[in-house]
Design a protein around this ligand. Structure first.
Ligand code: 1HE
Length: 269
């Protein structure tokens, strides 16, 4: 697998800073960051490489005023794909978004403008979604004579429930503002989603990498298991994570009474 310095990217920009925060930028603003086949392949390459590159967290952001306009409808129309060809395309989308969701590196999306169709499928694969005042969410597939193919049927109901998703697809209903947070499409709504995503990434990067790995892969895997199997897997993951060497200092510091307490900011002793 190529390292991050060997990746040749046309549609994404990848930057890794000294804090171990990777920034992945969708860089097709002229096409509203619509997802063509090449961009999907680049997402697979980048998110495959990040864990081995030692990324402690990643920010997924976009150039231009819109996060992502979904499937590249122009490419799709021109290619005249057969059912089997488009099925293969969808499997590559799943590969890309599974790398994000299951890769073990916390991914925080800085959202703005349109997060629609495949753009919402992409956004729903990250671990923390931050929206700004311009952000809106939609699933216009019904209006376009299409159906979701990038995992929305699995991920979007987890966020907002099946009934809301079906409503969005049938009626073209958009969610924005406070309502989008209330229904679960974003966890944070702020003026500057990029700045907030960075603040969150830096905070998340303070956790031990093994805890983050478990949080950002095990929980997703467990949603696919029976309750009994998930409980067993949870015990195994906890067996590994909760006995890790890297946590010893943190536990010692708690025993000595020097660890930060878990209280709301500004609360008294
Ligand atoms: C595109 C795309 C695209 C823009 N594919 N080229 N997604 C949609 O149904 C959303 C389609 N896009 C829009 O509704 C609007 O473009 C936006 C609301 C996102 C932005 O509007 P605006 O006025 O800022 O930009 P624009 O003038 O519409 O577009 C600027 C350029 O981007 C223009 O290209 P140009 O060469 O004429 O300058 C557009 O053609 C291009 N562009 N969106 C291709 N999506 C795995 S299945 C997933 C199924 C889906 O994702 S369905 C949802 C598809």
């Amino acid at each position: 697998m190529p390292g991050i310095s060997e990746l040749r990217l046309q549609n994404l920009i990848l930057d890794m800073d000294d804090d171990g925060i990777a920034t992945v930028t969708l860089n097709r603003a002229a096409k509203r960051n619509a997802l063509n086949a090449e961009t999907i392949e680049e997402l697979i390459s980048v998110f495959s490489a990040l864990p081995a590159a030692g990324a402690r967290a990643a920010i997924l952001r976009a150039e231009g005023p819109h996060f992502c306009a979904g499937l590249d409808l122009v490419e799709h129309g021109q290619e005249q794909r057969s059912p089997a060809e488009f099925m293969r395309i969808c499997l590559r989308w799943h590969e890309a978004f599974n790398k994000i969701e299951y890769g073990g590196v916390p991914v925080i999306a800085a959202l703005k403008g349109a997060v629609v169709g495949g753009g919402l499928e992409l956004a729903s694969s990250v671990h923390i979604r931050v929206m700004d005042e311009t952000t809106y969410f939609g699933l216009p597939e019904g209006q376009r004579g299409l159906f979701t193919g990038g995992g929305a049927t699995i991920r979007v109901p987890r966020l907002i429930g099946q009934a809301r998703m079906v409503d969005m697809m049938l009626t073209g209903r958009l969610y924005a503002g406070d309502e989008a947070v209330q229904v679960g499409l974003a966890q944070y709504r702020v003026k500057d989603s990029g700045a907030k995503a960075r603040e969150i990434a830096l905070r998340v990067a303070q956790n031990t990498p093994l805890s983050n790995f478990a949080i950002c892969s095990a929980i997703s895997h467990m949603q696919n298991m029976s309750g009994l199997d998930a409980a067993y897997a949870e015990a195994m993951v906890a067996g590994i994570v909760n006995t890790q060497e890297a946590a010893k200092d943190r536990l010692d510091s708690f025993s000595r009474g020097t660890a930060q307490k878990i209280k709301p900011q500004g609360a008294g002793a």
